[in-house]
Design a protein around this ligand. Structure first.
Ligand code: FDA
Length: 306
């Protein structure tokens, strides 16, 4: 109930304005977001890399209906990639891109523009020796995003994608993408989805996650286990025990279970942290609140006591 309300609020302009205008929100937002600009993003990347973890960076923003905004997002990624190269970080830091931020929802030629924009980002990433992973948004975008992934992989075979275990279709998508060279980030899924396309019970989502993991770990691709769930991490570790350590990785979000992130990295596994930055933090922040009621209590408490 709370999760649905928060996810509905994540798409409300009125609530967005209210939350963004409250200065007291800031300290809580900071737990999940590196900072407003590329300087903060590069600094956070340096800190995370320093103790052996890897990074994927997300320039925050989504659902743009404005072509200029989509172009500005591409420029922000190009700037970020230049800065990562200058800092010497591109061997262990890559970028994550939401296609809706680079034009997928534009009313005219949205998919075509998103493909061309993503192509520019991939070319820049390839030039500095790093990779790109396409985030996955709500289920209405899955076919379009996987279609764009296939197009991009013709020129940039290292482009990865996210699959969401809560979607009923995902086990089959995992089979389709479990081939050599294919990078798949498996997560539970963070959007409000109808029962017709997505499992609604947490237990069913977890079971689906394990089925998907088995497909990916038995395949020849590069599974990226994106979860903070201790049970799923234990299962993934067991499934991966006969794989070379550089043939899969774990991933978690910035600000969530950082000690566990360091423990996994110290145990010799690749652990990548998803680091978001920028001032368009509202949708991302609300999805993090929706994932965990304790975060809402933390947020409300800080509003009262700050
Ligand atoms: P679950 O939500 O069951 O949490 C397990 C435990 O982790 C909790 O008990 C708690 O201890 C901790 N935890 C989880 N979330 C927390 C939070 N917000 N605050 C504090 N503690 C928390 N989704 C999507 O739809 N599209 C995408 O592209 C991506 N991309 C992505 C990349 C990466 C690297 C990660 C780790 C996750 C995503 N996600 C995503 C989000 C994902 O779908 C999911 O919503 C969250 O990871 C939470 O699910 P868990 O698997 O962590 O399990």
């Amino acid at each position: 109930m709370l999760r649905s309300t928060l996810l509905a609020a994540s798409r409300s302009e009125a609530i967005r304005e209210l939350v963004e205008r409250t200065p007291l929100t800031r300290p809580v937002v900071k737990r999940f977001i590196s900072g407003d600009d590329v300087d903060a993003a590069v600094a956070t990347t340096g800190e995370v890399l320093a103790d052996g973890r890897y990074v994927t960076l997300d320039h925050l923003g989504e659902d743009t209906r404005d072509a200029e905004q989509a172009t500005a997002t591409v420029e922000a990624y190009l700037d970020l990639l230049r800065r990562l190269e200058l800092a010497g970080h591109t061997d262990r830091a890559e970028v994550s891109v939401k296609l809706s931020a680079v034009g997928q929802f534009l009313p005219v030629d949205g998919e075509k523009i998103a493909l061309e924009n993503a192509r520019r980002i991939c070319a820049a990433a390839g030039a500095v020796g790093t990779t790109v992973t396409l985030d996955m948004e709500d289920h209405t975008t899955t076919d379009s995003t996987l279609g764009i992934l296939h197009e991009l992989r013709v020129d940039f075979p290292w482009v990865g994608a996210v699959l969401q275990a809560y979607l009923r279709r995902t086990e089959q998508d995992c089979r389709d993408l479990a081939h050599a060279g294919s990078r798949v980030r498996l997560c539970k899924g963070a959007y409000k989805e109808p029962a017709s396309v997505a499992f609604q019970d947490k237990a069913d989502v977890d079971l689906s996650y394990v089925r998907c993991l088995k497909v990916l770990m038995a395949g020849e691709g590069y599974p990226m286990v994106a979860s903070h769930d201790p049970r799923l991490i234990a299962i993934a570790t067991e499934l991966a025990k006969d794989r070379p350590r550089d043939s899969y990785e774990f991933q978690m979000l910035y600000g969530i279970r950082p000690d566990e992130q360091r423990r996994i990295a110290a145990a010799g596994h690749r652990m990548r942290v998803y680091v978001p930055y920028g001032d368009e933090w509202y949708g991302y922040f609300m999805r993090r609140l929706a994932e965990r009621p304790a975060n809402v209590a933390f947020f409300l408490r800080s509003l009262i006591t700050t």
